[in-house]
Ligand binder design. Structure first.
Ligand code: ADP
Ligand code: MG
Length: 747
């Protein structure tokens, strides 16, 4: 298909060449034909495929006896263990359903602390004797697996001799079928723990935190007169990502191995024209998006919104919110489906927080709220006095939680990738604060001061449970883009989460810290009720106290401004600028006590997560450092030296051929190139030396990570700075790495 593009050809020693980078552009151009997906929405509707690969409750209800189904639902509602004989019946129904859809294998699908998903497939085929194969799947196999855990990160929990790990069925997240070219696999969402029962994954603590917040929220609701049986947290994660053409990707060893471009001069055109955000979606990209949606619908992932994001080649997808366990599983599935589908379209999907310097990075806005079993959103201000009462109680609890545990919240999203984003003028800053918007702030101020609400038309003070609020406008999201934790009408939006990370851990923390504040509110209201029987007065007093005590966390202004940094410091709010500053927040005595109190993580389990995050940081930076040195040495230096030699020869030849010419400008060019070549080599030597130093020093995790942060990262940056300068000097036809101006625009 690729035609000869003579204009891309350069000459080298008289020979016509097309370098690999230029070939990549030719391939990218040839690949731009949109790829058709298999499902045609013009003849069939979404509802025909939605959930078609999911063993939903409806499917189960139709496939098992009513008593079994009811016992299953009851076990889930009461959070009790399922009777093993029932599991056999369910397993059998699940197997028949999966086989009828062409599945040959099953796997326990889990989320180890790598931040990715893990699976080991087994065939349904069982040993046979003389009778030939039989296909089997028992309740026992459904409920428990025993993978070798020794190669998953444990953060020091599991000693090496104790290799066994256990996966256990999570019946609250439905099993599903993954399709691939040559077959289908039944996937069973599971938790993953060690032989001694320690959680080795992201799901177990999340489930425990869901229980913790349920217990406290039901108790608080009861105090204010509600009879809800359960409360769950709801989450809708907005996911940002980049797409680049595969032919460029394959020419970028840095992106292949580290997920981000470690080199690359800022393109002449970045995002300054503001022409990409919500722009019309290119045909090839739209075909990709529709294809992912089709795959995700089959898996029951309710994706809803798609659009171009701020940076060139950056996009966003958002689902309809679900309970936080399902939302987490679905976000993991979404990332897998996106990566896989991109390849089908000759594209690569990048989830890194900062794949390209100089343009915006990617985040994951974690929209979070609470819903009760009667279908009420507890963070919806509502229209009636009673709804306002519930709202105010849960709002106050959320505000207190972020004020009390802002450092912890910051630590959950700390990673080498997110360090490039937080604090730069594009993402929320590292300082945690809560945005309420003007109107709600007035309500809160009025409750604190006891003075009438200004400009409300109601010249009266807010009386909880008696008067309704004035209408609160839905937040205009443009105004508060800078806030890390913004109230947006009927939910909070935690915006600092990194685009590549699992939302399991941040939501575990959100739920746990909120559980603590909800319990605190309940205790206080209970105590106040003992003194004075009036519920409204009790709630009013407690909300007033809690809002007053935690007022410092409220901030509606521009979070990027330097004034805010000064102001935040005055208020005593922590500014944990990077991973190294933030991670120790995970293991303070206060945080250990918090997780222990709500049975979400034992001290050992918490410390293991701290260790895993530290290790991940070190490993990430180490890989980047090795790549930086190798690409600089084997790709950039040779190209630059070739150019240097060419200018030198040209100058000598010219001097021989013609006398009396002023060649100073050409000598200056040579000097510019030669000086940078020397500097690049020196900087690489320095980086190499540091890498060896890391190998030799035996230190604890934090010192290790500090060394990477304080020594290795600056040395990498020094290499990159010179290399990026060379990119703007060296003959374009010699430059080996696809440039940002190509990767971000040609797709
Ligand atoms: P905006 O960010 O402009 O307010 P939306 O209201 O569409 O946009 O919400 C963005 C995300 O928030 C979506 O994924 C949506 O499902 C989710 N969301 C909406 N309501 C809730 C809720 N009560 N709990 C959790 N997430 C929610
Ligand atoms: Mg939003």
């Amino acid at each position: 298909m690729a035609k000869t593009h003579t204009k891309h050809r350069g000459t080298l020693n008289g020979e016509v060449v097309v370098n690999s980078r230029q070939t990549a552009t030719q391939k990218a151009a040839a690949q731009r034909e949109p790829v058709r997906s298999t499902f045609d929405f013009t003849s069939s509707s979404i509802s025909e495929i939605f959930n078609s690969n999911v063993f939903t409750r409806q499917v189960m209800r139709a496939a098992v006896p009513k008593t079994v189904y009811e016992a299953f639902i009851k076990a889930i509602d009461d959070s009790t263990a399922l009777d093993p004989t029932l599991a056999d019946v369910i397993a059998n129904a699940m197997k028949d359903w999966a086989l009828a859809r062409g599945a040959t294998h099953y796997t326990h699908w889990f989320q180890p602390m790598t931040g990715f998903t893990a699976e080991k497939h087994d065939s349904f085929l069982n040993s046979t004797g003389d009778d030939g194969g039989i296909l089997e799947f028992s309740g026992k196999v459904l409920m428990q697996g025993e993978p070798d855990a020794s190669s998953f990160p444990s953060g020091g929990i599991r000693s090496t001799f104790e290799a066994r790990g256990y996966t256990g069925w999570d019946p609250t997240s439905p099993a599903f079928i993954m399709e691939s070219t040559n077959g289908k696999t039944l996937c069973i969402p599971t938790v993953f723990c060690s032989f001694s029962g320690h959680a080795l994954d992201k799901k177990t603590p999340l489930l425990r935190s869901i229980e913790a917040i349920n217990k406290q929220a039901v108790r608080l609701l009861k105090l204010v007169g509600s009879e809800a049986k359960r409360v769950t947290t709801t989450v809708g994660p907005e996911q940002e990502y980049f797409l680049i053409d595969e032919s460029y990707y394959l020419q970028r060893p840095d992106i292949i191995n580290s997920g981000r471009a470690l080199f690359g001069a800022k393109p002449p055109k970045g995002q300054e024209m503001e022409d990409h955000y919500w722009g019309s979606i290119k045909e090839r990209v739209l075909s990709f998006m529709m294809d992912t949606e089709q795959e995700l619908y089959k898996l029951g992932v309710p994706v809803k919104t798609r659009h171009n994001e701020v940076a060139p080649a950056q996009f966003e997808v958002a689902p309809i919110f679900e309970n936080s366990n399902l939302a987490t599983d679905h976000n993991m599935l979404l990332m897998e489906v996106f990566k896989k589908t991109a390849q089908r379209h000759g594209l690569r999907c990048l989830f890194h927080e900062k794949p390209f310097s100089g343009v915006n990075g990617s985040g994951k806005h974690n929209n979070w709220s609470l819903a009760d079993s009667n279908g009420n959103n507890l963070l919806d201000p509502g229209k009636t006095p009673h709804e306002n009462l519930v709202f105010l109680v849960f709002l106050s609890a959320s505000i207190r939680a972020v004020n009390k545990f802002g450092g912890l919240l910051r630590a959950t999203i700390a990673s080498a990738g997110n360090d490039h984003r937080l604090g730069a003028n594009e993402a929320p800053p590292a300082i945690m604060s809560v945005y309420l918007g003007d109107r709600l702030t007035q309500v809160v101020e009025s409750i604190i001061s006891g003075k009438p609400l200004e400009k409300s038309g109601l010249a009266q003070t807010i009386q909880l449970g008696v008067s309704a609020f004035p209408e609160l406008p839905r937040d205009d999201s443009d105004r508060n883009r800078t806030s890390p934790f913004a109230f947006t009408g009927n939910k909070f939006e935690f915006r600092a989460v990194g685009s590549s990370q699992s939302i399991g851990w941040p939501n575990t923390v959100l739920n746990t810290m909120a559980a603590d504040s909800i319990e605190y509110m309940a205790d206080r209201i209970e105590a106040a009720l003992k003194k004075d029987k009036d519920l409204n007065a009790a709630v009013q007093t407690v909300c007033k106290e809690v809002l007053t005590e935690n007022r410092r966390i409220l901030f509606n202004g521009d979070n990027y401004s330097s004034d805010w940094h000064v102001e935040a410091e005055k208020r005593g709010l922590p500014n944990l600028r990077n991973t190294i500053d933030a991670l120790p927040e995970l293991v303070t005595p206060e945080i250990k006590a918090l997780f222990n109190k709500y049975s979400v993580l034992t001290e050992e389990e918490l410390v293991s997560r701290y260790n895993v995050q530290l290790e991940a940081y070190c490993k990430t930076v180490n890989i980047e450092a090795l790549l930086t040195a190798s690409i600089a040495t084997t790709m950039i230096l040779p190209a630059a030296m070739q150019y240097q030699s060419r200018i030198a020869s040209t100058i000598i030849q010219t001097k021989e051929a013609v006398s009396g010419l002023d060649l100073t400008p050409q000598e200056n060019l040579l000097r510019d190139v030669a000086e940078r070549v020397s500097k690049l080599r020196t900087n690489v030597e320095r980086l190499d030396a540091l890498s060896h130093e890391v190998d030799e020093g035996e230190t604890d995790g934090l010192s290790h990570a500090k060394f990477y942060q304080q020594k290795v990262i600056p040395a990498m940056t020094a290499v990159r700075t010179v290399a990026d300068e060379l990119e703007t000097l060296v003959d374009d036809s010699l430059w080996p790495l696809p440039k940002f101006r190509e990767m971000l625009y040609i797709y």
